[in-house]
Design a protein around this ligand. Structure first.
Ligand SMILES: [Zn+2]
Ligand SMILES: [Zn+2]
Length: 322
């Protein structure tokens, strides 16, 4: 089996803001919320496995444009959801309806799609995406409300030489109970994907308080860090350049400068910045930045701070071999 990741999207929740004419909002390129497809092909080049990781706005169009998943190569074996926020699941119904209709055209039985998420996210999904969740998902729910920095049981995927281990993340606006916003119910997870030869680590969404990466306090946190270290590629939440929260406006995402020590601790060969925003820094650095400007600033800082490996901003449709 040969595995690859395709970038389906790398924007934060608001790829374009209505009424804004900043360079990021007026760029002509397609934009989509942060998502990747993990695709397995056999020795004949046939697509034999597809796990979709998050399915926010624009992801369905990215799937339609993916040569590995186009036309008769289309398949959908798993959906893995980092958490329940709309920019990670709003197209759950759209994608599953498309897949169901494709199955009907092929005279192939449609089965509800195995969909992994944490318990806190499942409670929200039943409420926020109720129709799609009940109609199309075959939920595989990781029980419990562990705090950040815990490696959960691997996703029970039956594919050769593939192991996907979720790691819990702090993401404060997602870490609330569906029935009581005052109650904390950690709900977010990233993923460590291991093939026979490669390791990819996906860490989104996360806020600025994931100190377990640089300063693990428990055995569980230390082993989560060990699991995520030395990856070939690390995709990491970089929602803002420098805004890390203010007393009247807490940040629910990490900024570039918070992530530097985290990346240093994890020491990947390559870091890909995802969940990019153009607005949440407000005026000044970070505001209206296109992907190219994000990348140029990040690379400069990488060099200046002697960061491990390379850094860049990926492109929609880009293929990463695993
Ligand atoms: Zn998000
Ligand atoms: Zn989120």
């Amino acid at each position: 089996m040969h595995y690859s990741l395709t970038i389906n999207g790398l924007d934060n929740a608001f790829p374009r803001e209505f009424g804004c004419d900043c360079p990021r909002c007026v760029r002509p390129e397609r934009a989509a919320n942060t998502s990747v497809s993990l695709v397995g092909t056999d020795d004949d080049g046939q697509t034999v496995f597809h796990a979709l990781i998050d399915c926010g706005h624009g992801v369905s169009d990215s799937l339609a444009a993916n040569p590995l998943l186009r036309g008769e190569r289309a398949r959908l074996d798993w959906i893995l959801l980092t958490h329940w926020h709309a920019d990670h699941c709003i197209e759950l119904g759209r994608i599953c309806v498309g897949w169901m209709r494709t199955c009907a055209r092929r005279n192939q039985p449609f089965a509800r799609v195995r969909t992994w998420c944490r318990e806190g996210s499942a409670q929200w999904l039943a409420r926020e995406q109720g129709n799609a969740w009940r109609t199309f998902a075959d939920p595989v729910i990781a029980p419990g409300f562990d705090d950040a920095g815990v490696a959960l049981a691997p996703v029970p995927i039956d594919a050769p030489d593939l192991r996907i281990t979720p790691i819990t993340l702090h993401h404060n606006t997602a870490d609330i109970a569906a029935d009581d916003l005052m109650r904390r119910r950690p709900a977010c997870a990233g993923f460590v994907i291991q093939t026979a030869t490669h390791k990819a680590v996906l860490l989104w969404d996360m806020d600025n308080t994931n100190d377990w990466i640089t300063n693990p306090q428990t055995d569980a946190q230390a082993s989560a860090v060990a699991l995520a270290r030395d990856a070939d590629v690390l995709c990491i939440d970089c929602n803002t350049w420098r805004f890390a929260g203010a007393p009247d406006r807490p940040a629910s995402h990490a900024c570039f400068y918070t992530q530097l020590p985290n990346v240093r601790a994890l020491a990947p060969r390559e870091t890909l910045l995802v969940h990019l925003s153009g607005h949440e820094d407000e005026r000044g650095d970070g505001f209206g930045w296109t992907d190219e400007v994000w990348q140029a600033h990040a690379q400069l800082e990488w060099e200046r701070q002697a960061m491990p490996g390379r850094v860049r901003v990926p492109k929609i449709g880009e293929l990463i071999l695993l």
